[in-house]
Design a protein around this ligand. Structure first.
Ligand code: GLN
Length: 265
């Protein structure tokens, strides 16, 4: 099969854009190359398998095994949440201030931690996750990005048992209400443990927010991702833990992150 033929078949089944993205990934070329070199040979069986997965609702990122975040390539498997552009709000907020030691709770692919370390040459960090499979993905990403020496990873339950304080604590916990209606892509393919957090979506914050004061160095910050209607509730939990905070919005103008500091810091 030629690239031209594969594209026509793919476009009819999953749409032109996604067909181009998958085919370019399979051939290791750019989307422009597909047009410039329509006669390139395509492994028809491999392309068919990709199309079938996409038709079943699997996200492009899992089919290709990679997703860009903060202009960096992150390997992803179904053990980790696919990094979302919304979460770049947390990286931008982190870079508003200084940090040398970073903790990322629920690191998943490592996207938040590694993007922050990439931007600060001297910084070091620890990524914690309750999934060993996710940690393997994060370790691979750290190595691939040349950050392996500055990033450690450990199995853990949020901040439990971490006897160290950090200038910056990052966390994108699960915050979706159990039973919320999600797209097939998210619901059937992404790890439920990284998405769902009880009837009101706040269960993870109830555990981890009270841990934050014990994890933050004097003058340190904690930056949490939140659902767009959760700012007041999570700020309430933070206040009860002795923290004060500000809201940051994502590119859609929705509340997306809280920047928390110790009261008086
Ligand atoms: N923003 C994600 C979604 O709704 C949720 C991520 C999360 O729970 N941390 O697809």
């Amino acid at each position: 099969m030629t690239a031209d033929g594969a594209l026509r078949m793919g476009a009819a089944r999953i749409g032109r854009l996604e067909a181009e993205v998958l085919l370019a990934h399979l051939l290791g070329c750019s989307r422009g190359d597909l047009i410039l070199r329509p006669g390139m040979a395509v492994d028809a069986g491999a392309f068919e398998a990709m199309l079938a997965r996409r038709e079943a609702g699997e996200p492009l990122a899992y089919i290709m095994g990679v997703r860009e975040f903060w202009s960096l390539d992150f390997a992803v498997t179904r053990d980790v949440l696919i990094p979302r552009p919304d979460s770049e709000t947390l990286v931008a907020a982190a870079l508003e201030g200084d940090f040398a030691r970073v903790l990322d709770l629920g690191t998943g692919s490592g996207a938040l931690l590694l993007a922050c370390l990439h931007e600060r040459a001297g910084a070091r960090g620890l990524g914690v996750d309750s999934s060993a499979a996710a940690l393997a993905v994060a370790r691979g990403n750290a190595a691939a990005l040349g950050l392996g020496r500055r990033a450690d990873f450990a199995l853990g339950d949020w901040g439990a048992g971490i006897g160290e304080r950090f200038d910056l604590v990052l966390c994108n916990p699960p915050y979706v209400e159990t039973g919320a209606i999600l797209s097939v892509e998210v619901r059937d393919f992404e790890p439920a443990g990284a998405l769902f957090a009880g009837a009101d979506g706040l269960d993870a914050y109830r555990v981890l927010v009270p841990q934050l004061p014990g994890l933050m160095a004097p003058g340190g910050r904690a930056i949490l991702e939140i659902g767009w209607r959760q700012a007041d509730a999570v700020l309430g939990l933070a206040r009860a833990a002795g923290l004060v905070g500000e809201v940051r919005r994502d590119l859609a103008g929705r509340d997306r992150a809280l920047v928390l500091r110790g009261d008086g810091a």
